[in-house]
Write a protein that binds this ligand. Structure first.
Ligand SMILES: NC(=O)C1=CN([C@@H]2O[C@H](COP(=O)(O)OP(=O)(O)OC[C@H]3O[C@@H](n4cnc5c(N)ncnc54)[C@H](OP(=O)(O)O)[C@@H]3O)[C@@H](O)[C@H]2O)C=CC1
Ligand SMILES: Nc1nc(=O)c2c([nH]1)NC[C@@H]1CN(c3ccc(C(=O)N[C@@H](CCC(=O)O)C(=O)O)cc3)C=[N+]21
Length: 283
């Protein structure tokens, strides 16, 4: 069986270290404050917000939730963002995804102050990432790179195939793998003959949201499999990869749960602390 890439254990290790850093910041009078804007009643979002809140509390970060009704207009969210931009006690903010259909998230990303952008999704910060200037990175791609580094997997010259092209996972992980000198291919719903790319992949990073998308016969022996997908099947949480089928052929593989997910939450906290320190340094 391939080596399990244990995201949960790495997240715990990193959270313990971050807690120490926050303790020192607090002694200097810096109290990181992180605001989450949630629009509507998506049940998965409620779960994520609770798990962020738990970790924030453990690390010593204050999380403030702005819960808005499903029918909130984009202009109202824009007003809230402007208020948080102007509030010097706020270190970072994020808008929980998905948002209701009347809200255009791209418009709102134009308004968030890039120095308070915990998700790294403002145009300034996503542009910076592609230019190799790391101001703040989206948490999931950062977590994936940390996991790959922790297990000393070298991406240089490797064929990395990313499945999915979202702004929050697919595109930024492609940028980070490219920066590590991988040869990167991005697959999406219109890709013809995905099997061709998958069978040549040294590393597959799947961020689609479809259970059992990846089977053993599609991958190369010894490949690194990173499963970002979160799917609920018969009351169980599963990824995009058919784990039991793929685990014996893969060289390394992330489980779901316990792989990328816990690192996402941990790295959101890392970003909050990074922004809080930077804001304080500028004072
Ligand atoms: N573990 C974690 O920490 C996180 C997990 N997630 C999970 O990751 C998954 C992806 O989320 P997100 O990145 O937001 O992506 P989106 O849900 O925004 O988009 C999904 C992407 O998958 C592509 N796609 C859909 N079907 C196929 C297919 N059959 N073959 C290839 N590509 C396909 C789409 O292509 P197209 O662009 O053409 O429509 C799109 O680019 C979800 O399950 C989500 O819950 C997300 C964030 C963090
Ligand atoms: N603005 C924004 N930023 C995000 O980063 C963001 C978002 N919106 N919307 C939704 C996605 C999804 N996401 C996850 C976070 C934690 C787990 C996680 O902790 N997963 C655990 C299991 C959790 C459970 O049991 O349900 C695991 O995989 O082990 C998963 C997925 C962040 N996202």
């Amino acid at each position: 069986m391939g080596t399990i890439l244990d995201g949960k254990a790495l997240a715990k290790l990193k959270a313990d270290k971050l807690k120490e850093k926050v303790k020192i910041l607090k002694e200097k009078g810096i109290n990181p404050l992180f605001c989450v804007i949630n629009i509507g009643e998506n049940p998965a979002s409620q779960v994520y917000i609770r798990s962020k809140g738990r970790l924030a509390k453990k690390i010593g970060i204050e999380q403030k939730l702005y819960q808005l009704p499903t029918n909130t207009q984009e202009s109202e969210v824009a007003e809230l963002i402007k208020k948080l931009n102007a509030d010097p006690s706020v270190d970072g903010m994020m808008i929980q995804l998905p948002v209701p259909e009347q809200i255009n998230i791209t418009n709102l990303m134009e308004i968030i102050d890039p120095s308070k952008d915990v998700d790294g999704l403002t145009p300034a910060n996503s542009g910076r990432l592609w230019q190799g200037h790391h101001f703040v990175e989206p948490a999931t791609p950062d977590g994936i790179i940390a996991l790959i580094d922790h297990y000393q997997i070298d991406l240089e010259g490797k064929n990395v195939v990313v499945i999915g092209r979202s702004d929050i996972v697919g595109k930024p992980i492609a940028a980070l793998a490219l920066e590590r000198n991988a040869t990167v291919t991005i697959l999406h719903s219109k890709t013809q003959n995905p099997e061709f790319y998958l069978k040549h992949a040294d590393v597959i990073i799947s961020a689609v949201g479809q259970a059992n998308l990846i089977k053993a016969d599609m991958i190369k022996e010894g490949a690194v499999i990173v499963d970002v997908g979160i799917n609920h099947v018969d009351g169980h949480l599963v990824g995009d990869v058919d784990f039991d089928d793929v685990k014996n052929k893969a060289g390394w593989i992330t489980p779901v749960p316990g792989g990328v997910g816990p690192l996402t939450v941990e790295f959101l906290m890392e970003q909050v602390v990074k922004l809080a320190r930077r804001r304080n340094d500028r004072k």
